[in-house]
Design a protein around this ligand. Structure first.
Ligand code: GTP
Ligand code: MG
Length: 196
C-alpha cells in the first residue's frame, strides 16, 4: 500500500477509549524500548508521527494511527520494564488483553524482538497469546543495524530455535530500512484478505 495520508487518531488508557473497529488493524507489540514507535515511523516514512522515547516504560496507552482511511496502525504499550508496580503491570495486562480480544475486519500483529538478544519469556508469552487467539503475526527482529552480518545470522539462528516458524521471522532496522518491504508485504497480504 502506498501511504498517501496518515495521522494520529486517538490514545486510549482503557478499552472505553478504543475507536470503533471498522477497518483492518496492524498492531505493534514488544518490550519497552524495542523500537515499536520507530518502526511505525519508518514504515510510514514519517520522522516523528509515533513518538519515540529513550525513556522506556513511559507509554501506557494504546495509540491509534489512521492510514489512508483504509486501516489503523496500533502502538501497544511496551512490557518487561522492571521498575513498575504490580498495579501498573495488571493495568497493562488488562488493557492489552482487551485490545487483543477486540474484533476488527482484519488483524495482523507485528511482535518486535531485539535482534541482539534471545527472546524474553514475555516475548514468548505474547506469541502464545497470539497463537491462542488465532491472530496472524510476524516476529520482527529489530535493530539489525547494531550487529555485524555474521552476528545477525548467528542470532537469527538462535531466535529460530524459539520461534519454530522461520517463515514468520523478519530481521529489520528502522535505521537502514532492512525488512521494510517484507513487513509491508505482510500488511498488504492481510489487507487484501480482509477485502475479499
Ligand atoms: P516504548 O514506547 O517506551 O515502549 O518504546 P518503543 O518500543 O516505542 O521504542 P522506540 O521506538 O521509542 O525506540 C527506543 C530507542 O531505540 C530509541 O532511542 C530509538 O532511536 C532506538 N531504535 C529504535 N529502532 C531502532 C533501530 O532499528 N536501530 C537502532 N540503531 N536504533 C533503534
Ligand atoms: Mg513507543
Amino acid at each position: 500500500m502506498k501511504v498517501l495520508q496518515c495521522d494520529f487518531l486517538t490514545a486510549a488508557s482503557d478499552p472505553e477509549g478504543f475507536p470503533p473497529a471498522n477497518v483492518p488493524e496492524v498492531v505493534f507489540m514488544g518490550r519497552s524500548n524495542v523500537g515499536k514507535s520507530s518502526l511505525i515511523n519508518a514504515l510510514l516514512g514519517k520522522k516523528d508521527l509515533a513518538r519515540t522515547s529513550s525513556d522506556p516504560g513511559r507509554t501506557r496507552q494504546v495509540i491509534f494511527f489512521r492510514i489512508n482511511g483504509a486501516c489503523l496502525f496500533v502502538d501497544l504499550p511496551g512490557y518487561g520494564f522492571a521498575r513498575v508496580s504490580k498495579t501498573i503491570r495488571a493495568q497493562w495486562r488488562s488493557l492489552v488483553e482487551a485490545y487483543l480480544s477486540r474484533p476488527a475486519p482484519g488483524k495482523l500483529a507485528i511482535l518486535l524482538v531485539d535482534a541482539r538478544h534471545a527472546p524474553l519469556p514475555l516475548d514468548l508469552t505474547m506469541r502464545a497469546w497470539l497463537e491462542d487467539r488465532g491472530m496472524p503475526y510476524r516476529v520482527v527482529a529489530t535493530k539489525s543495524d547494531k550487529l555485524s552480518r555474521a552476528a545477525l545470522a548467528r542470532n537469527l539462528k538462535e531466535h529460530l530455535k524459539q520461534w519454530s516458524r522461520p517463515d514468520l521471522l523478519i530481521p529489520c532496522s528502522a535505521l537502514t530500512r532492512e525488512g521494510m518491504p517484507q513487513i509491508w508485504a505482510a500488511i498488504d497480504g492481510m489487507l487484501n484478505e480482509a477485502k475479499s
